[in-house]
Design a protein around this ligand. Structure first.
Ligand code: GLU
Length: 474
């Protein structure tokens, strides 16, 4: 009895990154679609680290992938599979293909292969080797590569969930090398064996792998294995329509983190690149998982739109727990060389609700809390100092200081009422003392409205800052 077709089995998807030292945002989006589809179907999302390039696949480079996925909040099921460690299994399958007559030994020498490559290029055909149907009695005693005996004519159809039916002329596909003459498996063999052994039902990946899908289909068929459902995702382009690169501002997951984007923002926004649910800009992970279907992904390249990304990030900044944001802001400030004192984290958390509405990134949030962290006495702008030195203003401020000192309910409504009453009793508008009060409280740094600023600072700090402004050190 053969195994049930991929579509009848519980869904198993995977992300299969090659460690390069950075995690591209396109890889994050591919991971997201695999993750969403697994969550949508109640299936499993697996991780395979394609670490066959031994020079690039350092521990640190592998860690970048694990950290990137963890930061993005895309939890994978089961233990990660490491491709390099499976080389024996890949060789075993190559041997099986040889035994079945689906592969053959190719004894071409490097210089012969080079010459054939040139001939093939000149004749506009793919590389062919004389060893495809060679009699075993003619096999020389030297190392050989193992090549797949691909069909010479007809076509291979990749029925892609995103691209539709893509047809490849077999005459245009050379006999793929499965094992190099040093015995090392090639990428296409390793991927097929691993996907098969991991029980992957849906291969969802970037469309730069579309032609590999044709070659891989031939390997599956040669082994008598079920071909998974293919879904090749369009590339992510920059706002100008060119493939996303350094010059568009950011391309790695770490860079988006460093630029102050939240992981939930990326999950939400990246889902919109190639897929969407009507015009919905904002949706939760649960909604995305409920709605996501790989068949709804569009095949045209998606464009990164910074304004939309910022809009989504602002949404999640307004939604996040202040304590969590305070941790992120503290990290940013430390990286800027700001020395934080005991209690500053709590002060930042208290300040965040008053400043976050306009923040597009956590970097902006960090700018917006700077006023609260200043240490008394503040460096009040020259203009304010001069104004406060004028007798009428000094007198008004002394009265204001007294009125504020009597506020029983130190909160936004309590302070707003006190400020309003003070203005009334003086018979003046807020504009006659508000700007000076603000400067005294913030030292000229950006700050929220007066009641918000004072609530964030707390009573003692607010009154202390006003006192300092009233009697500046000589
Ligand atoms: N390791 C490949 C890459 O990073 C992905 C292979 C695949 O998804 O099949 O591009």
């Amino acid at each position: 009895m053969s195994a049930p077709a991929p579509t009848d089995r519980p869904v198993r998807t995977r992300i299969a990154p090659s460690p390069t030292g950075m995690m591209h945002i396109g890889t994050a989006r591919t991971a997201l679609f695999n993750w969403l589809y697994a969550r949508h179907t109640g299936g499993k999302f697996l991780l395979r680290v394609e670490d066959t390039d031994r020079e690039r696949s350092t521990d640190a480079a592998v860690q970048v992938i694990l950290d990137g996925l963890k930061w993005l909040g895309m939890d994978w099921d089961e233990a990660p599979v490491f491709q390099f460690a499976r080389a024996d299994r890949h060789r075993e399958v190559a041997a099986e293909l040889l035994a079945k007559g689906e592969a053959y030994r190719d004894y071409m020498l490097p210089e012969e292969l080079e010459a054939e490559r040139e001939r093939a290029r000149a004749e506009g055909r793919v590389v062919r080797t004389p060893w495809r149907d060679a009699d075993p009695s003619t096999w020389p005693d030297r190392a050989y590569a193992v090549r797949l005996k691909s069909p010479l004519d007809g076509e291979t159809i990749v029925a892609d969930a995103v691209k539709g039916e893509v047809r490849f002329q077999n005459a245009g596909l050379d006999d793929l090398i499965l094992l190099r003459s040093d015995g090392n498996p090639t990428y296409n063999l390793a991927v097929v064996v691993d996907d098969h052994d991991m029980g992957i039902t849906h291969v969802i990946r970037g469309d730069d792998h579309l032609s590999n899908a044709a070659r891989q289909t031939i390997i599956y068929k040669a082994m008598g294995w079920d071909v998974p459902v293919w879904a090749h995702l369009p590339m992510i382009h920059g706002p100008d329509g060119a493939k996303l690169s350094k010059r568009h501002g950011a391309q790695s997951v770490t860079e988006f983190d460093d630029m102050g984007y939240l992981p939930e923002t990326l999950r939400n926004y990246l889902a919109k690149l190639g897929w969407g649910h009507g015009d919905d800009e904002i949706f939760s992970d649960a909604q995305a998982a409920e709605w996501f279907d790989i068949h709804d992904v569009v095949s045209a390249p998606a464009r990164l739109d910074w304004a939309k990304l910022n809009h989504v990030n602002n949404h999640y900044i307004r939604l996040a727990e202040p304590e969590r944001l305070a941790g992120l802001v503290a990290k940013i400030l430390k990286s800027r060389g700001v020395a934080l004192k005991q209690g500053d984290a709590a002060l930042i958390a208290r300040t965040i609700p008053f400043v976050r509405d306009g923040a597009k990134t956590t970097l902006e949030l960090a700018d917006a809390v700077v006023f609260a962290l200043k240490v008394r006495p503040l460096d009040v702008p020259e203009k304010t100092r001069t104004q406060l030195a004028e007798p009428e203003m000094a007198e008004r401020f002394t009265k204001l200081r007294t009125a504020l000192g009597e506020v029983a309910d130190w909160s936004v409504p309590g302070l707003e009422e006190s400020l309003r009453k003070f203005a009334e009793s003086e018979g003046i508008g807020l504009g006659k003392f508000g700007p000076q009060l603000r400067a005294a409280l913030s030292g000229g740094a950006p700050a929220p409205d007066l009641a918000g600023t004072m609530t964030a600072l707390g009573r003692d700090e607010s009154l202390g800052r006003i006192d300092d402004a009233l009697s500046p050190a000589a």
